[in-house]
Design a binder for this molecule. Structure first.
Ligand SMILES: [Zn+2]
Length: 251
């Protein structure tokens, strides 16, 4: 079956001298894998059309029961050139890609997830500060994956008053924030993190980049999101770009 669909390139793995296996998030088929034969040859029709994080209009040959589709055509719609040439923005975008690969399985298409990828990459490309955009985007991804965090009332007794003066009870296994009475086991998180996540839900991604937290605050927020996701997925996420980001930030 020959099909076309817009798709984002989330990962490129070199398969042979000249071929690539791509992990893509497509509008019409959700997450898919595609083999692009000869893509690394300068004279290939794919050359420059399947760059990391680009949005491409993809033509595919799909066969029932086959895990990897064959890419038969590609034309860049958004190259995200600026994203790929700014090391910090690129590392944030790659980290988001890794979140996508950890959270999105199967080939169920989802327009909201597709638009989330689009908005996130645009916002990371345009904003000078990647962390708030990344954290807000991951919070959205969790919700779209059915893992919404409870941020407004106690996850256990449903009471609405959860805030301490500086810290808020947090039990990821129960779903999110808890009131002081339900905190018997579990830890607390800074109030500012819960406040940021609440605000992030109401704010478009291109505006959240102006938000500020204390030094290291967004990194704490990312750890919180990761712990929450891993708790509910029952498995560890592979987020290799985090190390790259740390090295860049400490350079
Ligand atoms: Zn409670």
């Amino acid at each position: 079956m020959r099909v076309t669909t817009p798709a984002f390139v989330l990962r490129r793995v070199r398969w042979s001298e000249s071929s690539l296996i791509l992990t893509l998030y497509s509008l019409d088929f959700g997450r898919i894998s595609g083999m692009a034969k000869g893509a690394l040859r300068p004279k290939s029709k794919f050359y420059g059309q399947l760059e990391m994080l680009s949005l491409t209009e993809l033509s595919l040959s799909r066969k029932e029961g086959r895990e990897i589709d064959t890419v038969t055509g590609a034309g860049t719609v958004k190259s995200h050139q600026k994203l790929r040439t700014d090391p910090l923005a690129y590392a944030h975008a790659c980290l988001f890609s890794e979140w996508m690969m950890g959270m999105v399985w199967g080939s169920e298409p989802s327009q909201p997830v597709f638009h989330l990828v689009d908005n996130t990459l645009d916002a990371l490309e345009e904003s000078g500060s990647g962390w708030p955009v990344l954290c807000a985007a991951v919070e959205r991804l969790l919700r779209l994956s059915g893992l919404a965090m409870q941020l407004d009332r106690c996850s256990s007794c449903r009471r609405e008053e959860v805030e301490g003066p500086e810290r808020v009870g947090w039990r990821p296994g129960l779903g999110g924030v808890v009131c002081p009475d339900c905190l018997s086991e579990g830890g607390t998180v800074p109030r500012g993190l819960v406040g940021f996540l609440r605000r992030a839900r109401q704010t478009p991604l291109d505006r959240i980049s102006r938000t500020r937290l204390w030094p290291g605050g967004f990194r704490q927020c990312h750890d919180l999101l990761r712990e929450f996701a891993e708790n509910h997925l029952g498995t560890a996420l592979k987020l290799n770009s985090l190390k790259v980001l740390e090295d860049l930030e400490n350079a």
